[in-house]
Ligand binder design. Structure first.
Ligand SMILES: [Fe+2]
Length: 141
């Protein structure tokens, strides 16, 4: 199943929205894997796949924020750091788990899914209009 990206989280800046949609597709993979009662090896694999793209996306935003001297760039980057820490914590929890238990499902939902969506709502929604104005073509990012 493929969850549709929540429309209220579209920023209107194509370069960020495209990346968010890719992130969301990988979040969807994680949620589907957890539903299937997967092994911890499989969950780790999907989590790594999500983590890889999280890094690509955060680097993109951090480079753009620095380049255009976005005033809230330090707060925003701190929120990225907290999300990265969350994923690292979750990977440890998965390694110590028995696979897709209800507790692990809850932890994935809270630490990764909810936290990422909250970050988009609270930080990226402010960043996107700033970047759209500074760099409408999305070039050289
Ligand atoms: Fe961000």
């Amino acid at each position: 199943m493929s969850r549709k990206f929540p429309e209220n989280l579209l920023t209107g800046y194509l370069f960020i929205d495209r990346q968010h949609q890719e992130l969301y597709a990988r979040i969807d993979d994680l949620l589907e894997t957890l539903k299937d009662g997967a092994s911890k090896e499989k969950i780790l694999e999907v989590l790594r796949y999500l983590d890889e793209y999280t890094i690509v996306h955060f680097d993109f935003e951090e480079t753009a924020m620095e380049m255009h001297r976005y005033p809230q760039r330090f707060d925003h980057a701190a929120s990225h750091m907290a999300l990265r820490d969350g994923v690292a914590t979750l990977m440890k929890e998965v390694q110590e788990s028995q696979g897709a238990t209800p507790e692990l499902r809850e932890a994935c939902q809270r630490i990764v899914v909810d936290a990422l969506l909250k970050h988009i709502a609270e930080h990226d929604m402010l960043l996107a209009p700033f970047l759209a104005e500074k760099n409408p073509e999305g070039s050289n990012l």
